[in-house]
Design a protein around this ligand. Sequence first.
Ligand code: C2E
Ligand code: CA
Ligand code: CA
Length: 600
Amino acid sequence: ERHRDHLEDLVAERSAELLAANEQLEQEIAERIAAQSQLQLADIVYRNTVEGVFVTDSKGTILTVNPAFTTITGYTLDEVLGQNPRILKSHHQPREFYEAMWASLNTHGEWHGEIWNRRKSGAAYLQYLTITVNPGRDGTPLNYVAVFTDITELHEKEERIRHQAYHDALTGLPNRLLFQDRLKQSLLLAERGHRQLAVMFLDLDRFKVINDTFGHHIGDELLKSVSGRLAKILRQSDTVSRFGGDEFVLLISDTDTPDHIANVASKIIEQFATPAIIEGHELVVSPSIGISLFPDHGSDGVTLMKNADAAMYSAKESGRNNFKFYTAEMNAQAPYHLAIEGRMRKALDNLAFELHYQPRVSLDNGAVVGAEALLRWNDPEQGAIPPSDFIPIAEESGLIIPLGEWALATACRQARAWRAAGHLLRLSVNLSPHQFHHVLLVDRVAQLLEESGLPGDALELELTESMLMQEAEQTIETLHRLKAIGVSIAIDDFGTGYSSLGYLKRFPIDTLKVDKSFIRDIGSGGNEDAIIETIIALGISLDIEVVAEGVENRQQLEFLQLHHCDTIQGYYFSKALPPGEMTRLLEEGRSLQLTAPESA
Ligand code: C2E
Ligand code: CA
Ligand code: CA
């Protein structure tokens, strides 16, 4: 009996043991399966990620690479196995760069940053690289794991935008910004070395006539040929820039004598005597040149430019096709500017200015969602004077304050009238730098809104990038105060200025207006398409409306539709209209006919 009991106990004990052992085994298996699938998962990620990965041992010998590594570098696993990553080096980075990298790896166990390396084909490429140390039991490195992304294209895009910001799109010459930069640098050097330098303003006589007669296309080609000629005459160390229109500005540094400068100016005039042949037309333009010298005619850039400009007008006055050095009397006369200024004052008194309105239409549904107010001036003697002629002078003379004020008030009044008639569009008004930096701007805008009973969001103010870059503190405050009263902020001519994309995040911006120079060149095979795409993508990611201005044809429209641009403005839909015509357009409910874009 007892014996049997004991046996049963033994069996029970044994089976309990077995059960426990079994359970443990099951758990171990489950864990191993889990670990296995973790590994598999890691392996799948490793094989399929777009990032290149390579792993080395502690001595830097490559143990393995993933397929993306091969795609990016061109090297297969077999080719790099057992090699040192040195074979990837581009020699673009100095030795100190690698010293800092190793210092970081040794102290933090990690390094990341941008680095130029070389593909198997020999082409250099930029990568964003992260290296992590895999430490062994004793803490010394066992492996190095490097993960990298090819950012060459991104980098090129950024470079293009940066280049665009400092160069004239048509001629590729430095623009005003870059010129001013170089002038500043050269002045510092000249001052230190007690050297002279010269600023030359060059304006083409009769260019406007050629442009009007043969068309913009020929005009553009002529400007390109002029820029080529100028570049040929000057030395590498000098700067030829284009400020827009037919205005070229030259910086000649390190000149020994005014004679040397006079020689250069004569050579330029000689060069222009030979006609340019453009598409079969023999075109002759002559230059009028104004020159100011450092230190004789000014000690700072602004004065030198102003005086060279005055000298150029004087050269024009005295029969064109010649050059003049600045003299003190010239500023006293400032003939052209003063004449326009005087007439502008009169025009303000006589209410001879008008606002025209250019509709902005949505690419979602073709509806008119806004309009830009554009100043028009009909002078009784001169006829229509374009804003590009009188706004800069108004800005310079301070007249822009009453003029801009008039434009704002008129636009608000018009917006109220349209609202009363049931047209809920937003009016955009251009602000010039002087206006924007005026201490009373925000108060005045608030007052105008109140007087006209308009909600803030019925008004949008257009600023340029350069305005945002100055006096940053005050700029931010002004923008926030404008936002506080509900007014929208647009960046006009986007892409042509500083394009420091950082400020888009810092400032409360509602709208980007892509400059018409980019739109004009859509489909021409240049960088413009990529730039526009980038700007639109930027707008989408920052939740900023993107408007394309200067849309003139179907091809441009379809490109913009395809890339999900929000709104457009341009002759394709309508030019700027006098108030009566704009009212009619609204009443008729005219909208943009949209069809699905043909995919590219
Ligand atoms: P903006 O602000 O870039 O204005 C757009 C200009 O492009 C306008 O020239 C407009 O008529 C023109 N435009 C519109 N659609 C097309 C198109 O499809 N193709 C082409 N080629 N051009 C198109 P506008 O009226 O001569 O104005 C020139 C500039 O004068 C404006 O450039 C703006 O900077 C300034 N401006 C105009 N009104 C005011 C104003 O009230 N205040 C201030 N401060 N500036 C103003
Ligand atoms: Ca504008
Ligand atoms: Ca613009």
